[in-house]
Design a protein around this ligand. Structure first.
Ligand SMILES: [Mn+2]
Length: 265
């Protein structure tokens, strides 16, 4: 069993429930039945539970169950919103309603859902308890000196200059019947690569300066894309931007590993 203060993160499971549970079992955080075995440890799930893989709802249900079990054991499982959760909710709520001013041809959630690996069986299986849970997910969280979020972008700051404003703005866009606000949420959270390249360190400093913490832990942009290493050769998270950013998306949907990343430094 991990030590009581141990903290871990996973991201971008994309419908691969069994691989997620196998990786968590290897790390000692769940047992062979998929039940919480991490005691008082902490696990953060950085979003993109849905799409590309077969069982997005199964991933959501597994994380919900682990949250309850971890809490009973004195541990903690936290979940963050990914852009594919926004997409799943947008498909559910707005279908093919046309979006004004979108950049794609005939922009709509249905169109984006289809080209981004949307799974009809997930839409069919979404229940009110799943929807309530998804709409309440925070987008950005601070834990110790880590700033945890799904997407490697500064677009979160367009909702406001603090964690509470951002999470409240995102939550409003997921609960209100406003296609433009929902689409804006999807568009902002789909941007990426802010901390890569020559301005990466300054961009990371700008986000950390606004929201606190000394390191950004994110998913969304697979390590294979950030580094050029092929998916099957990815074995560890990617620390970059002078140590200010840690990419943890192992590229599970493309044949990479489900990384269970210790956050201790
Ligand atoms: Mn993503």
């Amino acid at each position: 069993m991990p030590t009581s203060s141990a903290r871990y993160a996973i991201s971008d499971v994309h419908g691969h429930r069994d691989q997620m549970l196998a990786a968590l079992a290897t790390a000692g955080l769940v047992d062979g039945e998929g039940d919480w075995a991490g005691g008082e440890a902490s696990l953060w799930c950085l979003g993109d539970f849905f799409d590309r893989g077969p069982d997005g709802v199964g991933v959501v249900e597994a994380v919900m169950r682990l949250q309850t079990q971890a809490q009973e054991a004195g541990g903690h499982v936290g979940a963050l919103l990914g852009n594919h959760e926004v997409l799943a909710l947008g498909m559910r709520d707005f279908r093919d309603a046309p979006v004004a001013g979108g950049v794609a041809e005939r922009p709509s959630f249905a169109n984006s859902w289809l080209i981004n690996g949307g799974q009809p069986q997930d839409q069919d299986r979404l229940q009110p308890a799943h929807l309530d849970w998804l709409r309440a997910l925070p987008a950005v969280v601070r834990d110790d000196d880590d700033l945890l979020l799904h997407s490697d972008t500064l677009a979160y700051l367009e909702w406001g200059a603090g964690l509470e404003e951002i999470n409240a703005g995102v939550r409003a866009s997921l609960t209100e019947d406003d296609l433009t606000a929902r689409w804006t949420c999807w568009a902002r959270m789909t941007t990426r690569f802010a901390f890569n390249g020559p301005e990466g360190e300054q961009e990371a400093d700008a986000l950390l300066g606004a929201l606190g913490g000394t390191r950004i832990v994110h998913g969304h942009s697979p390590i294979t894309v950030l580094t050029g290493v092929p998916p099957h050769a990815v074995t560890e998270p990617y620390s970059y931007a002078g140590g200010r950013a840690l990419g943890i998306d192992g590229g599970l949907f493309a044949g990479g590993p489900c990384l269970v990343v210790p956050l201790e430094r």
